[in-house]
Design a protein around this ligand. Structure first.
Ligand code: TYD
Length: 133
């Protein structure tokens, strides 16, 4: 099973401004079916609070910073994202929250499938029961 991990992206340094990019199935281990972004998050707010039964994501802090907190059923993993040239790969069946958004932060999220509420697990105890069987 795939593990959550930070993935470094290409970074072309240039006096005119730097450039990074993502190609599906190359820099990230899936084909991109959907892109969404989270922005204008009021101070102290959190997003997420769910797992997906069958969806993988890649999260990049395009601007500003935030923490992605994952739970794999046994332990919590915290990732601080604060650069646009790396991101966090999140496999299916990971409880995830995003918190500590800085002012004007912008979270870009690439997903390997369309939005489908049926893939969401929104109850942590239910998540643990499925995970730990
Ligand atoms: P949700 O995934 O719960 O947000 P977050 O995990 O960032 O807190 O989605 C919030 C609402 O937005 C929910 O009613 C479904 C809707 N939504 C879409 O319609 N399409 C999408 O691609 C996403 C991610 C959410």
């Amino acid at each position: 099973m795939k593990e959550a991990c930070i993935i470094q992206l290409p970074k072309l340094l240039d006096n005119r401004g730097n450039l990074s990019f993502i190609e599906e199935n190359k820099h990230i281990p899936f084909k991109i079916e959907r892109t969404y972004w989270i922005y204008d998050v009021p101070g102290g707010e959190r997003r997420g609070g769910h797992a997906y039964s069958d969806l993988q994501e890649f999260i990049v802090a395009l601007s500003g910073s935030f923490d992605v907190v994952l739970h794999d059923g046994n332990r919590e993993l915290r990732f601080h994202l604060n650069r646009s040239y790396y991101g966090l790969f999140v496999p299916a069946m990971m409880w995830r929250e995003i918190e500590n958004f800085s002012t004007n932060s912008l979270a870009l999220i690439l997903a390997d499938n369309k939005y489908n509420e049926n893939t969401y697990i929104r109850n942590f105890d239910q998540f643990l029961a499925i995970k730990n069987g």
